[in-house]
Design a protein around this ligand. Structure first.
Ligand code: FES
Length: 84
């Protein structure tokens, strides 16, 4: 079994058409404005296969999904996933 606790975290924000219409670009901007761990990266990505529930966000490597994310949710998501 691999210990993933030390792996860097990547937060993917779907920027494909449906999620973009639902405000995904603003969500990505909100994540990038956060001042937090250098071990977290934020990347826009293609369709995550959950169109209609967006903006969709996927946290890797933990594979935690968030749906209908609003810009004001960004800080709470990062707080929830970053180990103390
Ligand atoms: S367009 Fe975002 S999940 Fe498909």
């Amino acid at each position: 079994m691999t210990d993933r606790s030390s792996e860097p975290t990547c937060i993917l924000i779907c920027l494909n058409r449906t999620c973009r219409k639902q405000g995904a670009a603003e969500v990505l901007a909100a994540f990038r404005q956060l001042d937090n761990s250098p071990n977290i990266t934020y990347e826009g990505c293609g369709c995550l296969g959950n169109c209609g529930n967006g903006p969709m966000v996927l946290v890797l490597p933990a594979r935690i999904w968030y749906y209908r994310v609003r810009p004001q949710d960004a800080a709470n998501i990062v707080t929830a996933i970053v180990p103390e």
